[in-house]
Design a protein around this ligand. Structure first.
Ligand code: KG4
Ligand code: ZN
Length: 337
């Protein structure tokens, strides 16, 4: 009988301190996440030094909680996997230094995982399906907005990326303009449920370009101008206006993302489309893609548990199980693959 393989994952690329233990690549025995989001509410965005300080404080307690929840001992852990980059340098250093020390003192091999690969592998957590290669993966979060062709385990070809802002950043920055807390994406999703998505015609940038790149900065500007126009017409922004603004913004983002995926489907013969990253938690995005892909007889995949859409260490452990990363002592990397 094959021995079970336990990987301890560490993720600290932005404002989360997460540690997980994953058995045989997919079974999450524990995934603890401490977030410093409340510390960033006042500034309505992450302050890197504040995030890194909070991670230093959180790291040891989070490791202890993870081992305790998983009921796994250090001697059972076969590998340590840490997010190597990209991300905030101070935050990455906390995770990478911790992982280096654990690897040396516990004598456990260490691998570095690109953050985005973690997001892509999050779709396998707590599932048993085999991904159909090749497939398309749209990785959409606050910092990334990439379209990949997933050829085999550990082999991705980047088809396109954002030329400026990521979809999550557009959600967050526009949400900030209508006084939503950080991160605004989930709040926009909620407000949209009561809004009219056709109320405002926001731009769908680059949908007619021949490449697979994205741009969301024009949408942000259009949102700001619309808001200024509304504020000069009405002394206050009514609830209904906020609902309509949120729904129209969300629809513009979802349709823009879809148009690029649709274009890629004309060229690449794939059976599955994967959504990953924080924005893949968006309900409307999932509904829209499910509907459109059903018409094309393609399968949509996204993280089974909403917890695995946003940053977490289980996805890092999962990627380390399926891909062959070189082992050794690490330094953070700012390069995305
Ligand atoms: O993957 P993630 O945790 O961090 C990065 O790697 O950036 O993604 C965070 C992003 C934020 O921009 C947040 O607003 C967005 O994901 N997000 C959402 C939703 N949940 C999180 N955006 C839209 N709808 C949601 N339900
Ligand atoms: Zn992320």
């Amino acid at each position: 009988m094959n021995k079970d393989f336990f990987i301890l994952g560490i993720e600290t690329s932005c404002d989360e301190t997460s540690v997980a233990i994953v058995k045989n690549g997919r079974e999450v025995l524990a995934c603890e996440i401490a977030t410093s989001v409340p510390l960033h509410q006042e500034t309505k965005g992450v302050v890197p030094e504040v995030a890194a300080r909070a991670q230093i404080e959180a790291m040891i307690p989070v490791i202890k909680r993870t081992l305790n929840t998983a009921q796994v001992d250090w001697k059972d852990i076969s590998k340590i996997a840490v997010t190597q980059g990209p991300g905030l340098m101070g935050s990455l250093l906390v995770g990478v230094c911790t992982a280096n020390i654990l690897s040396l003192t516990k004598n456990i091999p260490l691998v570095g995982v690109p953050h985005i690969w973690g997001h892509m592998y999050a779709n396998l957590l707590e599932t048993d399906f085999e991904p159909q290669f090749p497939s398309l993966v749209l990785t959409i979060s606050g910092g990334h907005n990439d379209l990949y062709l997933w050829k085999s385990h550990g082999e991705f070809k980047k088809l396109g990326h954002t030329l400026d802002d990521a979809a999550g950043e557009a959600f967050d920055k526009c949400g900030r303009m209508i006084d939503l807390p950080y991160p605004a994406g989930p709040f926009i999703g909620k407000l949209s449920e009561q809004g009219n998505a056709k109320a405002f015609a926001f731009p769908r940038s680059m949908v007619h370009s021949r490449d697979f790149n994205f741009s969301f900065s024009g949408l942000k500007t259009a949102f700001l101008y619309k808001l200024e126009e509304l504020r000069t017409q009405n002394s206050e922004l009514t609830d209904q206006l906020r609902f309509d603004l949120a729904a129209s913004l969300q629809e513009a983002i979802v349709e823009t993302l879809w148009k690029k995926v649709e274009k890629a489907l004309e060229i690449y013969d794939v059976k599955e489309v994967h959504l990953s990253g924080g924005v893949s938690a968006n309900k409307r995005l999932r509904e829209f893609f499910t509907h459109e892909l059903a018409k094309k007889e393609k399968t949509l995949r996204f993280p089974k548990n909403i917890k695995y859409c946003t940053d977490n260490a289980a996805m890092i452990a999962c990627a380390a199980y399926f891909c062959n990363f070189p082992e050794g002592i690490l330094a953070p990397s700012l390069q995305s693959k």
